[in-house]
Every structure is written in structure tokens, then in C-alpha cells.
Write a protein that binds this ligand. Structure first.
Ligand code: SF4
Ligand code: SF4
Length: 297
């Protein structure tokens, strides 16, 4: 049975598809493990199910389906999914470029991943202690030569600043766009990042609030979450894209976990037009939880 179409509301500015939370690397600052429940396992589903779910969406030219993870290319149907998505759905990819780029170039038409945007549609992350820079540059150059829009992103991590600046110089001199993003998370007991609601991160006591995030955050089994904290932590989904009765609603939702937010949701960042000062989460009515206890969910 085919599923009914779902219009992504005009206020939405991100469609995040976590094809898998598996990754070939194990970066010790990985934002996916920030606050993740011990033993949480996010099971993957087939590419066929992903395509069925994503092809329901009616989006717009400036709002791509962003395939990410973990490392999205570890999904066994990664390339198949790209080739089966409706041609009117724009696609972006966040990856560490660990995949076989020759095979990718042979099977994916570069024009499928091209669109008008102030940043590359294939955005590769660079993690200095875990990756080989030469190999990363080589893969990016191959993709660029084949007509793909590709850029590399480093992290302003206090421990790897030198390596990132070196990589940036090297990439720019090879004609590859290299940008450095703020590091978010904990390092040596200090929390890094600029946050709209400073108490939302790393607080011992969780509070209740109303929170609205105009993003479609889809986990590895097509469950939809109200925020990244819930996705990475495996907390209650608000629905599933494979469920015909699921509706996308841009509304405030009750949350009992203010204080345990993931930096991704509450950081001040650039929006998709590259304008700085945007925060995904809009939070109001912050109150003590009854009994002042930490509440899950
Ligand atoms: S490459 Fe990205 S997703 Fe994978 S472990 Fe590193 S930070 Fe996490
Ligand atoms: S307040 Fe924090 S934990 Fe709660 S929904 Fe918003 S971002 Fe998620």
C-alpha cells in the first residue's frame, strides 16, 4: 500500500534522515553519543522502506532531504536510496567520505545532487586523529572532477586546531571548499558552543518546558523525534514516517528534559541561507519538574 503525501510545513528548515547511527569511526567527541542511553541500539531498516517513507514528502527546492548518520554510506542501500528518491526532492549528504567514491561516481548522476545553495551538497567532515587527510582530499577531488558539489568541514575542537588549519590551507590550495564549524560538546569538563538557552545543556536537574523545533528529524527506523536529544538517546518518538496516520505538526510539545538538551538543538548557528544567529529550538514556559527530580523522556 502506498502512503499518502505529506507536505513539509513552510516553517520547516531541515529534513534530517539518519539512515543509520552506525559509523566506521569512533570520534571521542561525537555529538551522537552526547547523552546517549547506555546499550541504546538504533536498528536500521531497508532502503525500500526509506524510499517509501521519504517519497511521501513534498518539500521545496531550498529544503533538501539530508542523508546523514552516523555514516550514511554504511547503510547497505545508500546509493540505491539516492537513485530511487523522487527527482523533485533535492538531496544533500553529510558523510566522512569513507565510501568507495569510484563506485559512487559510476552509479550516481552528479546532477542529481546539484542545487543552488551557498554550501556544497556533499559535506564531508574531517576528524584529524581518526582520518587520513590525503585520502579525504583525494576522494573530494575525484567527486569534484566528476561534477559533484563537495566541501569539507573541520571542527574548532581545542585539541585539533592546528590540524584543522593545516587541512584548510591544503584543501583551499587544491580548490576544495573547507570550512571550520564550532565544536559543540564537552572537553576537559568545559562545554563548548554558543547556546540560546545556556541552562539547557549539562544541567543536573531537568526542567519541564514547551519546545518547538521546525525540523523533521527521522531516525534509522523512520521514527520521527521532537529533537536530536531524543533521537540519539532513543527516547520516545512522536511518530513514524511509515505510518500513514503520521502528520507533520509545527507545534510546541511538552518536554520534561530541559537541561539535558543536545547541543545540536539549542546552539546558535547559521541557517540554511548562511545567516548567523539562528537557533533550531524555541523554548518557553520553563518550570521546575514536580518534585524537582530528573524525569526521563
Ligand atoms: S565521523 Fe561523525 S558520526 Fe562518526 S564517530 Fe566521528 S563525529 Fe561521530
Ligand atoms: S527542551 Fe531540549 S530536550 Fe526538550 S524537546 Fe527541546 S531540545 Fe529536546
Amino acid at each position: 500500500m502506498s502512503l499518502s503525501r505529506l507536505v513539509v510545513p513552510a516553517a520547516y528548515n531541515y529534513i534530517a534522515c539518519f539512515l543509520t547511527l552506525d559509523c566506521n569511526l569512533n570520534c571521542n567527541y561525537c555529538i551522537n553519543s552526547f547523552g546517549r542511553k547506555k546499550n541504546f541500539f538504533a536498528g536500521n531498516i531497508s532502503g525500500e522502506k526509506w524510499v517509501k517513507a521519504l517519497n511521501r514528502l513534498i518539500s521545496r527546492p531550498d529544503l533538501p532531504i539530508t542523508l546523514q548518520g552516523g555514516e550514511p554510506s554504511l547503510h547497505s542501500d545508500f546509493i540505491w536510496v539516492i537513485n530511487q528518491l523522487r527527482p523533485d526532492l533535492p538531496i544533500d549528504i553529510l558523510t566522512n567520505l569513507c565510501f568507495d567514491v569510484d563506485n559512487f561516481i559510476a552509479k550516481v548522476n552528479s546532477s542529481r545532487l546539484r542545487r543552488k545553495a551557498p554550501y556544497a551538497s556533499i559535506r564531508a567532515s574531517y576528524h584529524p586523529p581518526y582520518m587520513n587527510l590525503e585520502k579525504l582530499i583525494d576522494s573530494a577531488l575525484k567527486l569534484k572532477k566528476a561534477g559533484f558539489s563537495v566541501g569539507i568541514y573541520g571542527l574548532r575542537h581545542p585539541e585539533f586546531e592546528k590540524q584543522n588549519l593545516f587541512a584548510q590551507k591544503k584543501c583551499l590550495s587544491s580548490g576544495i571548499d573547507f570550512r571550520i564549524k564550532d565544536f559543540l560538546g564537552k572537553f576537559k569538563g568545559k562545554i563548548y558552543g554558543k547556546f540560546k538557552y545556556p541552562e539547557s545543556i549539562g544541567s543536573k536537574i531537568k526542567k519541564s518546558c514547551l519546545c518547538r523545533i521546525p525540523e523533521l528529524i527521522i531516525g534509522p527506523d523512520c521514527s520521527v523525534y521532537k529533537c536530536h536529544r531524543d533521537l540519539y538517546g532513543g527516547y520516545w518518538p512522536i511518530g513514524n514516517l511509515l505510518d500513514n496516520s503520521f502528520k507533520i505538526e509545527n507545534k510546541f510539545r511538552k518536554c520534561f528534559s530541559f537541561g539535558d538538551c543536545n547541543p545540536c538543538d539549542v546552539k546558535i548557528k547559521t541557517n540554511r541561507f548562511e545567516a548567523y544567529g539562528y537557533c533550531s529550538a524555541e523554548i518557553k514556559d520553563i518550570k521546575e519538574n514536580k518534585g524537582n527530580k530528573a524525569v526521563e523522556g
